[in-house]
Design a protein around this ligand. Structure first.
Ligand code: ASP
Length: 441
Protein backbone atom coordinates (compact mmCIF):
# COMPACT_ATOMS: atom_id res chain seq x y z
CA UNK A 1 0.00 0.00 0.00
CA UNK A 2 1.34 3.44 -0.86
CA UNK A 3 1.22 6.10 1.79
CA UNK A 4 -0.12 9.62 2.12
CA UNK A 5 1.73 12.37 3.97
CA UNK A 6 -0.64 14.79 5.67
CA UNK A 7 0.55 18.11 6.94
CA UNK A 8 -1.65 20.04 9.35
CA UNK A 9 -1.14 23.80 9.53
CA UNK A 10 -1.25 26.07 12.58
CA UNK A 11 -5.01 26.58 12.68
CA UNK A 12 -5.57 22.81 12.34
CA UNK A 13 -3.61 22.16 15.53
CA UNK A 14 -4.55 25.30 17.44
CA UNK A 15 -6.59 23.54 20.14
CA UNK A 16 -7.62 20.17 21.55
CA UNK A 17 -10.81 20.39 19.52
CA UNK A 18 -8.82 20.83 16.30
CA UNK A 19 -6.55 17.93 17.22
CA UNK A 20 -9.61 15.71 17.59
CA UNK A 21 -10.51 16.60 14.01
CA UNK A 22 -6.95 15.73 12.99
CA UNK A 23 -7.29 12.32 14.59
CA UNK A 24 -10.60 11.66 12.86
CA UNK A 25 -9.02 12.61 9.51
CA UNK A 26 -5.97 10.41 10.04
CA UNK A 27 -8.10 7.47 11.11
CA UNK A 28 -10.47 7.85 8.17
CA UNK A 29 -7.88 6.64 5.65
CA UNK A 30 -5.33 3.92 6.47
CA UNK A 31 -2.95 5.34 3.88
CA UNK A 32 -2.43 8.43 6.05
CA UNK A 33 0.71 7.20 7.80
CA UNK A 34 2.94 10.27 8.09
CA UNK A 35 1.60 13.33 9.89
CA UNK A 36 3.54 16.61 9.79
CA UNK A 37 2.46 19.31 12.23
CA UNK A 38 2.89 23.05 12.59
CA UNK A 39 2.93 24.90 15.89
CA UNK A 40 -0.47 25.99 17.26
CA UNK A 41 -1.74 28.95 15.29
CA UNK A 42 -4.47 31.44 16.09
CA UNK A 43 -7.83 30.27 17.42
CA UNK A 44 -9.26 33.68 16.66
CA UNK A 45 -8.06 36.95 15.17
CA UNK A 46 -7.20 38.50 18.50
CA UNK A 47 -4.76 35.73 19.36
CA UNK A 48 -1.07 35.37 18.48
CA UNK A 49 0.52 32.34 16.86
CA UNK A 50 2.74 30.33 19.18
CA UNK A 51 5.67 30.79 16.76
CA UNK A 52 5.32 34.59 17.00
CA UNK A 53 5.25 34.37 20.80
CA UNK A 54 8.38 32.23 20.77
CA UNK A 55 10.26 34.73 18.64
CA UNK A 56 9.08 37.48 20.97
CA UNK A 57 10.35 35.58 24.04
CA UNK A 58 13.72 35.16 22.38
CA UNK A 59 13.98 38.84 21.49
CA UNK A 60 13.10 39.89 25.04
CA UNK A 61 15.43 37.34 26.63
CA UNK A 62 18.29 38.37 24.33
CA UNK A 63 18.24 41.90 25.77
CA UNK A 64 17.70 40.74 29.33
CA UNK A 65 14.04 41.73 29.50
CA UNK A 66 11.21 39.93 31.18
CA UNK A 67 9.58 37.41 28.85
CA UNK A 68 7.21 35.87 31.37
CA UNK A 69 4.11 37.41 29.73
CA UNK A 70 4.40 35.75 26.30
CA UNK A 71 5.97 32.64 27.83
CA UNK A 72 3.00 32.30 30.16
CA UNK A 73 0.67 32.35 27.15
CA UNK A 74 2.73 29.65 25.44
CA UNK A 75 2.64 27.54 28.58
CA UNK A 76 -1.11 27.96 28.83
CA UNK A 77 -1.72 26.99 25.22
CA UNK A 78 0.17 23.72 25.49
CA UNK A 79 -1.14 22.91 28.96
CA UNK A 80 -4.72 23.41 27.82
CA UNK A 81 -4.24 20.98 24.94
CA UNK A 82 -2.51 18.43 27.19
CA UNK A 83 -5.25 18.58 29.83
CA UNK A 84 -8.17 18.59 27.44
CA UNK A 85 -6.83 15.56 25.57
CA UNK A 86 -5.92 13.77 28.80
CA UNK A 87 -2.25 13.36 27.85
CA UNK A 88 0.74 12.67 30.13
CA UNK A 89 2.66 15.28 32.14
CA UNK A 90 5.87 15.19 30.07
CA UNK A 91 5.06 18.55 28.50
CA UNK A 92 5.65 20.37 31.81
CA UNK A 93 9.29 19.34 32.00
CA UNK A 94 9.69 20.28 28.33
CA UNK A 95 8.27 23.74 28.94
CA UNK A 96 10.52 24.21 32.00
CA UNK A 97 13.54 23.19 29.92
CA UNK A 98 12.60 25.73 27.25
CA UNK A 99 12.28 28.46 29.86
CA UNK A 100 15.75 27.59 31.16
CA UNK A 101 17.17 27.69 27.63
CA UNK A 102 15.71 31.16 27.17
CA UNK A 103 17.52 32.30 30.31
CA UNK A 104 20.77 30.91 28.96
CA UNK A 105 22.32 30.86 25.50
CA UNK A 106 20.00 29.87 22.68
CA UNK A 107 19.44 30.75 19.06
CA UNK A 108 16.18 32.20 17.65
CA UNK A 109 15.90 29.13 15.41
CA UNK A 110 16.04 26.80 18.37
CA UNK A 111 13.38 28.74 20.28
CA UNK A 112 11.08 29.10 17.25
CA UNK A 113 11.33 25.38 16.52
CA UNK A 114 9.93 24.50 19.95
CA UNK A 115 6.35 25.28 18.85
CA UNK A 116 6.43 22.44 16.33
CA UNK A 117 8.47 20.21 18.63
CA UNK A 118 6.09 20.47 21.59
CA UNK A 119 2.98 20.14 19.47
CA UNK A 120 4.59 17.17 17.71
CA UNK A 121 5.16 15.49 21.08
CA UNK A 122 1.53 15.99 22.11
CA UNK A 123 0.16 14.93 18.72
CA UNK A 124 2.30 11.77 18.63
CA UNK A 125 0.98 10.73 22.04
CA UNK A 126 -2.60 11.57 21.13
CA UNK A 127 -2.48 9.68 17.83
CA UNK A 128 -0.50 6.76 19.24
CA UNK A 129 2.22 7.48 16.68
CA UNK A 130 6.01 7.33 16.66
CA UNK A 131 7.65 10.72 17.12
CA UNK A 132 10.33 11.54 14.55
CA UNK A 133 12.91 14.18 15.53
CA UNK A 134 13.60 16.39 12.48
CA UNK A 135 16.97 17.50 13.88
CA UNK A 136 18.14 13.94 13.21
CA UNK A 137 16.89 13.55 9.68
CA UNK A 138 16.14 16.91 8.05
CA UNK A 139 19.31 18.67 6.90
CA UNK A 140 19.05 22.33 6.01
CA UNK A 141 21.83 23.88 3.92
CA UNK A 142 23.25 27.34 4.80
CA UNK A 143 21.08 28.86 2.04
CA UNK A 144 17.99 27.59 3.85
CA UNK A 145 17.23 24.93 1.25
CA UNK A 146 16.86 21.21 1.84
CA UNK A 147 20.14 19.28 1.74
CA UNK A 148 19.79 16.23 -0.58
CA UNK A 149 20.96 13.88 2.20
CA UNK A 150 17.63 14.53 3.90
CA UNK A 151 15.66 12.22 1.62
CA UNK A 152 17.74 9.17 2.45
CA UNK A 153 17.75 9.97 6.17
CA UNK A 154 13.99 10.51 6.27
CA UNK A 155 13.28 7.40 4.21
CA UNK A 156 15.20 5.36 6.80
CA UNK A 157 13.34 6.93 9.71
CA UNK A 158 9.96 6.43 8.08
CA UNK A 159 10.59 3.01 6.64
CA UNK A 160 7.90 0.94 8.35
CA UNK A 161 4.90 1.19 5.99
CA UNK A 162 2.41 0.15 8.62
CA UNK A 163 3.61 2.50 11.39
CA UNK A 164 2.03 5.88 12.04
CA UNK A 165 4.58 8.69 12.38
CA UNK A 166 4.37 12.28 13.58
CA UNK A 167 7.09 14.73 12.50
CA UNK A 168 7.20 18.34 13.60
CA UNK A 169 7.44 20.65 10.59
CA UNK A 170 9.43 23.86 10.09
CA UNK A 171 12.82 22.73 11.37
CA UNK A 172 15.72 20.38 11.00
CA UNK A 173 19.41 20.83 11.67
CA UNK A 174 22.21 22.57 9.82
CA UNK A 175 25.23 20.65 8.60
CA UNK A 176 26.88 21.05 12.04
CA UNK A 177 23.84 19.55 13.77
CA UNK A 178 22.40 22.76 15.23
CA UNK A 179 18.66 23.31 15.05
CA UNK A 180 17.75 25.39 12.00
CA UNK A 181 14.33 26.46 10.72
CA UNK A 182 13.06 27.03 7.23
CA UNK A 183 11.58 30.44 6.53
CA UNK A 184 8.16 31.26 8.00
CA UNK A 185 5.40 28.90 6.96
CA UNK A 186 8.06 26.26 6.34
CA UNK A 187 6.11 23.27 7.65
CA UNK A 188 4.70 23.08 4.13
CA UNK A 189 8.25 22.32 2.97
CA UNK A 190 8.68 19.67 5.67
CA UNK A 191 5.53 17.92 4.44
CA UNK A 192 6.72 18.04 0.88
CA UNK A 193 10.13 16.54 1.62
CA UNK A 194 8.58 13.79 3.76
CA UNK A 195 6.24 12.93 0.87
CA UNK A 196 9.16 12.74 -1.51
CA UNK A 197 11.30 10.71 0.88
CA UNK A 198 8.71 7.93 1.21
CA UNK A 199 7.51 8.12 -2.43
CA UNK A 200 4.04 8.98 -1.14
CA UNK A 201 1.14 8.73 -3.54
CA UNK A 202 -0.16 12.08 -2.34
CA UNK A 203 0.83 15.02 -0.20
CA UNK A 204 -2.21 16.33 1.65
CA UNK A 205 -1.90 19.84 3.00
CA UNK A 206 -4.64 20.43 5.58
CA UNK A 207 -5.47 24.04 6.32
CA UNK A 208 -8.47 26.21 7.16
CA UNK A 209 -9.72 26.94 3.66
CA UNK A 210 -11.25 24.53 1.16
CA UNK A 211 -8.48 24.94 -1.38
CA UNK A 212 -7.63 27.74 -3.72
CA UNK A 213 -10.22 30.09 -5.10
CA UNK A 214 -10.49 31.30 -8.69
CA UNK A 215 -10.19 34.92 -7.59
CA UNK A 216 -9.48 37.02 -4.54
CA UNK A 217 -12.47 36.83 -2.15
CA UNK A 218 -11.74 40.38 -0.98
CA UNK A 219 -12.60 41.56 -4.49
CA UNK A 220 -15.04 38.96 -5.82
CA UNK A 221 -18.01 37.76 -3.75
CA UNK A 222 -17.82 34.07 -3.11
CA UNK A 223 -15.44 33.07 -5.91
CA UNK A 224 -15.57 29.51 -7.18
CA UNK A 225 -13.07 27.06 -5.71
CA UNK A 226 -10.44 25.54 -7.99
CA UNK A 227 -10.79 21.81 -8.25
CA UNK A 228 -7.46 21.38 -9.98
CA UNK A 229 -4.51 23.57 -10.76
CA UNK A 230 -1.14 22.74 -12.29
CA UNK A 231 2.14 23.58 -10.60
CA UNK A 232 2.85 26.11 -13.33
CA UNK A 233 -0.50 27.81 -12.88
CA UNK A 234 -0.03 27.85 -9.13
CA UNK A 235 3.34 29.52 -9.52
CA UNK A 236 1.82 32.28 -11.66
CA UNK A 237 -1.13 32.77 -9.33
CA UNK A 238 0.91 32.79 -6.15
CA UNK A 239 3.41 35.24 -7.61
CA UNK A 240 0.40 37.54 -7.87
CA UNK A 241 -0.50 36.99 -4.26
CA UNK A 242 -2.94 34.08 -4.30
CA UNK A 243 -1.35 31.49 -2.10
CA UNK A 244 -2.12 28.86 0.45
CA UNK A 245 1.28 27.18 0.32
CA UNK A 246 4.85 28.23 1.05
CA UNK A 247 6.55 29.16 -2.23
CA UNK A 248 9.25 26.52 -1.90
CA UNK A 249 6.93 23.72 -0.88
CA UNK A 250 6.00 22.49 -4.32
CA UNK A 251 9.49 21.80 -5.61
CA UNK A 252 10.37 18.58 -3.74
CA UNK A 253 7.14 16.82 -4.75
CA UNK A 254 6.89 18.38 -8.16
CA UNK A 255 10.24 16.98 -9.23
CA UNK A 256 9.02 13.44 -8.59
CA UNK A 257 5.44 13.95 -9.73
CA UNK A 258 3.59 13.63 -6.43
CA UNK A 259 0.37 15.66 -6.44
CA UNK A 260 -0.66 17.92 -3.58
CA UNK A 261 -4.21 18.07 -2.29
CA UNK A 262 -5.19 21.16 -0.33
CA UNK A 263 -7.89 20.20 2.18
CA UNK A 264 -9.88 21.91 4.92
CA UNK A 265 -9.59 20.38 8.41
CA UNK A 266 -12.91 22.01 9.32
CA UNK A 267 -14.69 20.62 6.26
CA UNK A 268 -12.90 17.36 5.49
CA UNK A 269 -15.49 16.21 2.98
CA UNK A 270 -14.94 19.18 0.71
CA UNK A 271 -12.78 17.98 -2.16
CA UNK A 272 -10.37 20.95 -1.93
CA UNK A 273 -7.83 21.68 -4.68
CA UNK A 274 -5.54 19.23 -6.38
CA UNK A 275 -2.16 20.58 -7.54
CA UNK A 276 -0.41 18.41 -10.09
CA UNK A 277 1.88 18.49 -13.09
CA UNK A 278 -1.07 18.00 -15.43
CA UNK A 279 -4.78 18.45 -15.16
CA UNK A 280 -6.43 15.07 -14.89
CA UNK A 281 -9.37 16.12 -17.04
CA UNK A 282 -9.35 17.59 -20.49
CA UNK A 283 -9.65 21.35 -20.16
CA UNK A 284 -13.32 22.12 -20.59
CA UNK A 285 -15.25 25.34 -20.78
CA UNK A 286 -15.39 25.90 -17.07
CA UNK A 287 -11.63 25.47 -16.72
CA UNK A 288 -10.71 27.60 -19.72
CA UNK A 289 -8.78 29.57 -17.14
CA UNK A 290 -7.47 28.44 -13.76
CA UNK A 291 -7.94 31.74 -12.04
CA UNK A 292 -7.41 35.47 -11.82
CA UNK A 293 -5.04 37.16 -9.42
CA UNK A 294 -3.73 40.66 -9.05
CA UNK A 295 -1.21 42.71 -7.18
CA UNK A 296 -0.62 46.41 -6.69
CA UNK A 297 2.67 48.14 -6.03
CA UNK A 298 4.46 48.06 -9.37
CA UNK A 299 6.21 50.87 -11.24
CA UNK A 300 6.90 51.05 -14.94
CA UNK A 301 9.61 52.81 -16.91
CA UNK A 302 8.62 53.02 -20.59
CA UNK A 303 11.07 53.89 -23.38
CA UNK A 304 10.41 54.79 -27.01
CA UNK A 305 13.11 55.03 -29.62
CA UNK A 306 12.75 54.93 -33.41
CA UNK A 307 14.43 51.92 -34.98
CA UNK A 308 15.06 50.38 -31.57
CA UNK A 309 14.73 46.95 -33.15
CA UNK A 310 17.79 47.63 -35.34
CA UNK A 311 20.01 48.77 -32.48
CA UNK A 312 22.12 45.79 -31.47
CA UNK A 313 22.28 45.28 -27.69
CA UNK A 314 19.67 47.89 -26.73
CA UNK A 315 17.72 45.62 -24.38
CA UNK A 316 20.97 44.17 -23.07
CA UNK A 317 22.31 47.61 -22.15
CA UNK A 318 18.97 48.65 -20.68
CA UNK A 319 18.73 45.62 -18.40
CA UNK A 320 22.40 46.04 -17.48
CA UNK A 321 21.50 49.38 -15.88
CA UNK A 322 19.03 47.63 -13.59
CA UNK A 323 21.53 44.90 -12.83
CA UNK A 324 24.22 47.38 -11.81
CA UNK A 325 21.74 49.02 -9.44
CA UNK A 326 20.95 45.60 -7.95
CA UNK A 327 17.32 45.79 -9.10
CA UNK A 328 15.40 42.72 -10.23
CA UNK A 329 13.02 43.27 -13.12
CA UNK A 330 9.56 41.71 -12.96
CA UNK A 331 8.33 42.06 -16.55
CA UNK A 332 9.72 43.51 -19.71
CA UNK A 333 7.10 43.75 -22.47
CA UNK A 334 8.37 45.22 -25.74
CA UNK A 335 7.48 46.09 -29.32
CA UNK A 336 9.60 47.22 -32.28
CA UNK A 337 10.26 50.74 -31.08
CA UNK A 338 9.41 50.55 -27.41
CA UNK A 339 10.27 48.64 -24.32
CA UNK A 340 8.79 48.78 -20.84
CA UNK A 341 10.42 47.69 -17.63
CA UNK A 342 8.14 46.81 -14.74
CA UNK A 343 9.52 46.60 -11.21
CA UNK A 344 8.33 46.27 -7.68
CA UNK A 345 7.89 49.91 -6.54
CA UNK A 346 9.31 49.21 -3.09
CA UNK A 347 12.50 47.85 -4.64
CA UNK A 348 12.91 50.62 -7.20
CA UNK A 349 12.36 53.20 -4.44
CA UNK A 350 15.13 55.73 -4.11
CA UNK A 351 17.11 54.39 -7.03
CA UNK A 352 14.52 55.64 -9.51
CA UNK A 353 16.19 58.92 -10.44
CA UNK A 354 19.62 57.36 -10.82
CA UNK A 355 18.19 54.67 -13.11
CA UNK A 356 16.27 57.13 -15.28
CA UNK A 357 19.31 59.43 -15.60
CA UNK A 358 21.52 56.61 -16.67
CA UNK A 359 18.98 55.36 -19.23
CA UNK A 360 18.75 58.86 -20.71
CA UNK A 361 22.51 59.24 -20.83
CA UNK A 362 23.51 55.90 -22.21
CA UNK A 363 20.54 54.90 -24.38
CA UNK A 364 19.22 58.27 -25.50
CA UNK A 365 15.58 57.25 -25.93
CA UNK A 366 13.24 59.57 -27.87
CA UNK A 367 10.89 59.45 -24.93
CA UNK A 368 10.97 58.05 -21.44
CA UNK A 369 7.97 57.95 -19.12
CA UNK A 370 7.62 56.79 -15.61
CA UNK A 371 4.41 55.32 -14.23
CA UNK A 372 4.66 55.25 -10.44
CA UNK A 373 1.53 53.24 -9.64
CA UNK A 374 0.67 50.23 -11.67
CA UNK A 375 -1.52 47.32 -10.65
CA UNK A 376 -1.06 44.03 -12.48
CA UNK A 377 -3.74 41.44 -13.05
CA UNK A 378 -3.00 37.98 -14.39
CA UNK A 379 -5.47 35.71 -16.12
CA UNK A 380 -3.88 32.29 -15.80
CA UNK A 381 -4.65 28.97 -17.47
CA UNK A 382 -2.84 26.05 -19.08
CA UNK A 383 -5.52 25.80 -21.75
CA UNK A 384 -4.79 29.27 -23.03
CA UNK A 385 -2.35 28.42 -25.78
CA UNK A 386 -4.85 25.96 -27.28
CA UNK A 387 -7.97 28.04 -26.92
CA UNK A 388 -8.97 30.66 -29.45
CA UNK A 389 -10.29 33.96 -28.18
CA UNK A 390 -8.97 34.24 -24.64
CA UNK A 391 -7.17 37.52 -25.30
CA UNK A 392 -10.24 38.87 -27.11
CA UNK A 393 -12.38 38.01 -24.11
CA UNK A 394 -9.96 39.82 -21.77
CA UNK A 395 -9.97 42.97 -23.84
CA UNK A 396 -13.72 43.02 -24.54
CA UNK A 397 -14.46 42.54 -20.84
CA UNK A 398 -12.14 45.39 -19.89
CA UNK A 399 -13.44 47.67 -22.63
CA UNK A 400 -17.04 47.04 -21.54
CA UNK A 401 -16.05 47.91 -17.98
CA UNK A 402 -14.36 51.07 -19.23
CA UNK A 403 -10.95 50.04 -17.93
CA UNK A 404 -7.96 51.58 -19.63
CA UNK A 405 -5.20 49.03 -20.15
CA UNK A 406 -1.78 50.59 -19.52
CA UNK A 407 0.29 47.60 -20.55
CA UNK A 408 -0.19 44.04 -21.79
CA UNK A 409 2.17 41.13 -21.36
CA UNK A 410 1.46 37.65 -22.58
CA UNK A 411 3.97 35.43 -20.84
CA UNK A 412 6.29 33.43 -23.10
CA UNK A 413 4.94 30.34 -21.33
CA UNK A 414 1.51 31.07 -22.88
CA UNK A 415 0.12 30.40 -19.50
CA UNK A 416 -1.04 33.86 -18.67
CA UNK A 417 -2.04 37.25 -19.92
CA UNK A 418 -0.96 40.03 -17.64
CA UNK A 419 -2.49 43.43 -17.92
CA UNK A 420 -1.43 46.58 -16.10
CA UNK A 421 -4.03 49.12 -14.98
CA UNK A 422 -4.07 52.16 -12.74
CA UNK A 423 -4.77 51.21 -9.10
CA UNK A 424 -8.24 52.83 -9.22
CA UNK A 425 -9.29 50.29 -11.87
CA UNK A 426 -7.77 47.30 -10.08
CA UNK A 427 -10.94 45.90 -8.54
CA UNK A 428 -13.27 46.85 -11.37
CA UNK A 429 -10.98 45.05 -13.84
CA UNK A 430 -10.87 41.88 -11.77
CA UNK A 431 -14.64 41.84 -11.44
CA UNK A 432 -15.06 42.30 -15.19
CA UNK A 433 -12.65 39.48 -15.95
CA UNK A 434 -14.20 37.17 -13.40
CA UNK A 435 -17.66 37.64 -14.79
CA UNK A 436 -16.46 37.16 -18.37
CA UNK A 437 -14.53 33.95 -17.67
CA UNK A 438 -16.18 32.36 -14.69
CA UNK A 439 -19.70 33.61 -14.00
CA UNK A 440 -20.57 33.59 -17.70
CA UNK A 441 -18.97 30.19 -18.45
N1 ASP B 1 5.03 27.75 12.77
C1 ASP B 1 5.80 28.28 11.70
C2 ASP B 1 5.27 29.64 11.30
O1 ASP B 1 4.34 30.13 11.91
C3 ASP B 1 5.91 27.36 10.54
C4 ASP B 1 4.60 26.89 9.94
O2 ASP B 1 3.54 26.99 10.56
O3 ASP B 1 4.63 26.40 8.81
O4 ASP B 1 5.81 30.24 10.40
Amino acid sequence: MTRIVCKFGGSSVASAEQLRKVRAIVEADPRRRVVVVSAPGKRNNAEAKVTDLLYLCHRLAAVGQDFSGPFGTIRERFTEIQKDLGLGNGIFAELDALERSLRGECTPDFVASRGEYLLGRLAAEFLGAKFVEPAECVRIAPSGSVHPETYELLAQRLQDPSALYVIPGFYGADLQGHIKTFSRGGSDISGSIAARAIHAELYENWTDVSGLLMADPRVIDDPKPMVEVTYRELRELSYMGASVLHDEATLPVREVNIPIQIKNTNQPNHQGTRIAERLSREVDKSTEIAGIAGKKGFSMIALDKSLMNKEVGFAYRLLGIFERQGLSVEHCPSSIDSINVILDSAILGEKRDAVIDEIKRSLQPDKITYEPELALIAVVGEGMSRTVGIAAKVFVALRDANVNIRVINQGASELNIIIGVVPEDFEKAQRALYSAFVSAA
